[in-house]
Write a protein of this length. Structure first.
Length: 176
């Protein structure tokens, strides 16, 4: 494990997981969306929305209800806004969720793709970078996979709530 004082990276993450997150962050927006879709479709039931009882879908009515009423172009725009952390209504709704609920949103979208959610083009071929990332996440155990998915999904969306600075950042110890 590595320790990291960058607030955008978890404080403790396995080195292999860290490498996957870094590689994911280098992808362009549509490649990130393709990777998420392929993770959920290729790995099937082995990657779940964590545990259905850990997610609270009622907290995301816009993303799990209204979203499916949007046109394909609107759905794709919402997904891109979330991936890019843009300040939009749907991106704020996503950014307000905890990681388990964020994963649940992606899980539900992946299940609905090609049906009531925009699907992948039939002739889509993943790039080498996407294929490499799929191979790396498949090689990890379940905990490693979920750790990566939580980290990645937690970096998305928009929120103007800022994390509390760590002792390492402030140089101050907690006081009572």
């Amino acid at each position: 494990m590595t320790a990291n004082f960058d607030i955008t990276v978890p404080q403790a993450i396995q080195e292999k997981s860290h490498e996957v997150v870094e590689a994911f962050n280098k992808l362009d927006t549509d490649a990130k969306l393709a990777w998420f879709y392929l993770v959920y479709t290729k790995m099937g039931a082995s990657v779940t929305p964590v545990a259905p009882t850990a997610a609270e879908p009622q907290l995301a009515p816009m993303l799990l209800g209204d979203f499916f009423k949007f046109s394909d172009e609107e759905q794709l725009a919402v997904m891109r806004q979330i991936v890019n952390g843009e300040d939009s209504e749907c991106s704020r709704a996503y950014g307000a969720l905890k990681e388990n609920n964020q994963l649940y949103v992606w899980y539900e979208w992946a299940k609905a793709m090609g049906d009531i959610a925009i699907g992948m083009p039939a002739d889509y071929k993943p790039t080498e970078a996407i294929s490499d990332l799929l191979t790396k996440i498949e090689a990890l155990d379940f905990d490693g996979q979920i750790s990566i998915l939580r980290t990645i999904s937690g970096q998305m969306g928009y929120s103007d709530v800022k994390p509390i600075e760590t002792q390492a950042q402030t140089g101050k110890t907690a006081s009572f």
